[in-house]
Design a binder for this molecule. Structure first.
Ligand code: XMP
Length: 531
C-alpha cells in the first residue's frame, strides 16, 4: 500500500467520537475538534458502547445536553465506556454523567449558572489548563452541580457557585469540565479542548483537507469504476466543490448539468459557465430554461406557490437533461449510473447519521426511455462541514468568487421579489443586488456578513422626487445579516458611509427604484429572506 492513502485512511478510520446528548452542542464540538486538525464524528447517545468501541476511537467526548442526570429517562452511557482505556472528555451534562457514573456527587442544590461565568483554575499545571489564565471566562448552562469528584480524580477548577467545575484523572485519561469549552464565550475553550486531544489523548493533529481530497478521489474511483456520473450545478459552493472533486477522480466520466432558470444574480451563470469550467475542465450541459420558468411563474405572488413551481420545474428540466445525457450515451446509456450530490455533514447528522449510500429513483417523462432511471448517489462531502468544503474547494483551485460565495436560496431571486416575478423586475433586482455586492466587497465586508439578500418590494410604491419630477417607484430592501448557521441571525451593523453609497448608487442607477431601506430585524422574529 502506498503511504499517502494509508495516512488519509488512518485519519478517518480512528475518529474522535462526540456522543450527542441532545441540544445543538455535539455538532459544534465536532467542528471544534476538526479545527484542531483531528477527525471527529458525531454518534447518538443511544449507540451501545461496544459499537462505539468497534469504531476504534482515539478518544470520546461526551457532549452537553438539556437533561438533568437525575431525571427519569435521561440519556446515559454504560460505565464500561470509562473502563475501556479510551481517553474520555465530559462537557457539561457529559461531565456530570462521568461524575455520577464513577462515584462522584452531583446534586441539584440550586447551584445553577447560566451564561458567562468566571472560572478559577486551581491547578494551573494540569493537563487541560496548562498555559491558560488562572481566571478565565467560561460559558455555563446547568441546573445541577458537582460537589465531589470521583475517587482518584483531581479537582482542577471551580467557580463561586460550583466547587468542582473541572476534574481530571491522568492515569485513566478521564477529563471533565462543567462548562461548554466549544462556544466562543469560553475564551480559552479551544485551547482546553486541544490540550485534551494532544496531551490527554496523545493524538497528533494531522487531519487536513488535503487528506480529504486524496481519500475521496480514491473512494470515488472505487465506487464509480468505469461508469458515468451526472452532477447538477446550482451555482452554490457545495455542488461546485462536489463536482470538482468527482471531476478530479473520474474526469470525463462526469457530466455536469446547469439549469439556467433566470433567477440567478448578475454574473453567476457566467461564473458557472466560464470560470468553473475553466478551473476544472468539466463537461457542462447548460439548459436555458428562463422562458419556461417565467411562464410558469406568471401571475403568481404567493411565496410558497412560487417555491413549489420553481422546485417542480427544476426537477422536470433536470430530469430531462439527465435523460438526454443517457440517450446521447447510446447503447452505453445504462452506464450512466451515478448522481453526484453535495450533501454536507450537518445534513447527515440531522437526518440521523448513517454511512450507507442511498439509491434514488429519478422519474422522468421523456418518450422512448425507461420509466425510471435509477442512480446511485455519490456524496463526497458527507464528512465535511461548510468551512471545510470551502477549504477543499480552494485547494482544488476553484476561484474565490465560487468558494467564498454567500448562501443563496435554491429558488433564487424568485423569492426576493415580493409580488409577481417578471423579466423586468428580475433585471431591476439583479442591478440593485450587483451594486450592493460590489460596494460590500469594496468595503472589505464580505467575510463579516453571512449574507445580504437584496429584496424588491414589487407590490409597493412610494412617492419620490428625482431630477425635476415626482416619481412613484419601488423600494429596495437591504437585509445584511451576521450568523453562524442561518438558524439564528442578527442584522449587521454596517458602516453608514457604505450604506449611504449603496443607497445613492441604487437610486441613481436603477430605474424605477426611488427608495432604499435597511432591514434591522434579527432572526427570530424575522427570517433572513423576505419570502
Ligand atoms: P430563512 O429565510 O428561513 O433562511 O431565515 C435561512 C437560510 O436558508 C436560505 N433559504 C433557502 N434556501 N431554498 C433554499 O435552498 C429555499 O427555499 C430557501 N429559503 C431560505 C436563506 O437564504 C438562508 O441562508
Amino acid at each position: 500500500m502506498s503511504a499517502a492513502p494509508t495516512a488519509a485512511h488512518d485519519n478517518t478510520a480512528e475518529p474522535v467520537l462526540v456522543v450527542d446528548f441532545g441540544a445543538q452542542y455535539a455538532q459544534l464540538i465536532a467542528r471544534r475538534v476538526r479545527e484542531a486538525r483531528v477527525y471527529s464524528e458525531v454518534v447518538p447517545s443511544t449507540m451501545p458502547v461496544a459499537e462505539m468501541l468497534a469504531k476504534k476511537p482515539k478518544a470520546i467526548i461526551l457532549s452537553g445536553g438539556p437533561s438533568s442526570v437525575y431525571e427519569e429517562g435521561a440519556p446515559t452511557v454504560d460505565r464500561s465506556l470509562f473502563e475501556a482505556g479510551v481517553p474520555v472528555f465530559g462537557m457539561c451534562y457529559g461531565f456530570q454523567l462521568m461524575a455520577t457514573s464513577l462515584g462522584g456527587t452531583v446534586d441539584n442544590s440550586g447551584a445553577r449558572e447560566y451564561g458567562r461565568t468566571p472560572l478559577t483554575v486551581s491547578r494551573p499545571g494540569s493537563t487541560l489548563f496548562e498555559g491558560t489564565p488562572a481566571e478565565q471566562p467560561v460559558w455555563m448552562s446547568h441546573g445541577d452541580a458537582c460537589s465531589a469528584a470521583p475517587e482518584g480524580f483531581t479537582v482542577t477548577a471551580s467557580t463561586d457557585v460550583v466547587p468542582v467545575a473541572a476534574f481530571e484523572n491522568d492515569e485513566k485519561k478521564l477529563y471533565g469540565v462543567q462548562y461548554h469549552p466549544e462556544v466562543m464565550h469560553s475564551t480559552h475553550g479551544q485551547q482546553v479542548l486541544e490540550h485534551f486531544l494532544y496531551r490527554g489523548a496523545g493524538i497528533q493533529p494531522t487531519w487536513t483537507t488535503g487528506n480529504v481530497i486524496e481519500e475521496q478521489v480514491t473512494a470515488i474511483r472505487a465506487q464509480v469504476g468505469t461508469k458515468r456520473a451526472i452532477c447538477g450545478l446550482s451555482g452554490g459552493v457545495d455542488s461546485a466543490v462536489a463536482a470538482a472533486l468527482v471531476q478530479k477522480a473520474i474526469g470525463d466520466q462526469l457530466t455536469c448539468v446547469y439549469v439556467d432558470h433566470g433567477l440567478m444574480r448578475k454574473g453567476e451563470t457566467e461564473q458557472v459557465e466560464k470560470d468553473f469550467v475553466a478551473a476544472t475542465g468539466v463537461q457542462l450541459k447548460v439548459v436555458d430554461a428562463q422562458e419556461r420558468f417565467l411562464t410558469a411563474l406568471a401571475g403568481v405572488s404567493d411565496p410558497e406557490t412560487k417555491r413549489k413551481i420553481i422546485g417542480r420545474e427544476f426537477i422536470r428540466v433536470f430530469e430531462q437533461a439527465q435523460a438526454e445525457i443517457v440517450a446521447e450515451a447510446g447503447a452505453e446509456g445504462e452506464d450512466v449510473a451515478f448522481l453526484v450530490q453535495g450533501t454536507l455533514y450537518p445534513d447527515v447528522v440531522e437526518s440521523g447519521g448513517g454511512t450507507g449510500t442511498a439509491n434514488i429513483k429519478s422519474h422522468h417523462n421523456v418518450g422512448g426511455l425507461p420509466e425510471d432511471l435509477e442512480f446511485e448517489l455519490v456524496e463526497p462531502l458527507r464528512q465535511l462541514f461548510k468551512d471545510e468544503v470551502r477549504m477543499v474547494g480552494a485547494e482544488l483551485g476553484l476561484p474565490d468568487e465560487i468558494v467564498q460565495r454567500q448562501p443563496f436560496p435554491g429558488p433564487g431571486l424568485g423569492i426576493r421579489i415580493v409580488g409577481e416575478v417578471t423579466k423586468e423586475r428580475l433585471d431591476l433586482l439583479r442591478e440593485a443586488d450587483a451594486i450592493a455586492r460590489e460596494e460590500l466587497t469594496a468595503a472589505g465586508l464580505d467575510r463579516e456578513i453571512w449574507q445580504c439578500p437584496v429584496v424588491l418590494l414589487a407590490d409597493v410604491r412610494s412617492v419620490g422626487v428625482q431630477g425635476d419630477g415626482r416619481t412613484y417607484g419601488h423600494p429596495i430592501v437591504l437585509r445584511p445579516v451576521s450568523s453562524e448557521d442561518a438558524m439564528t441571525a442578527d442584522w449587521s451593523r454596517l458602516p453608514y458611509d457604505v450604506l449611504g453609497k449603496i443607497s445613492t448608487r441604487i437610486t441613481n442607477e436603477v430605474d424605477d427604484v426611488n427608495r432604499v431601506v435597511l432591514d434591522i430585524t434579527s432572526k427570530p422574529p424575522g427570517t433572513i429572506e423576505w419570502e
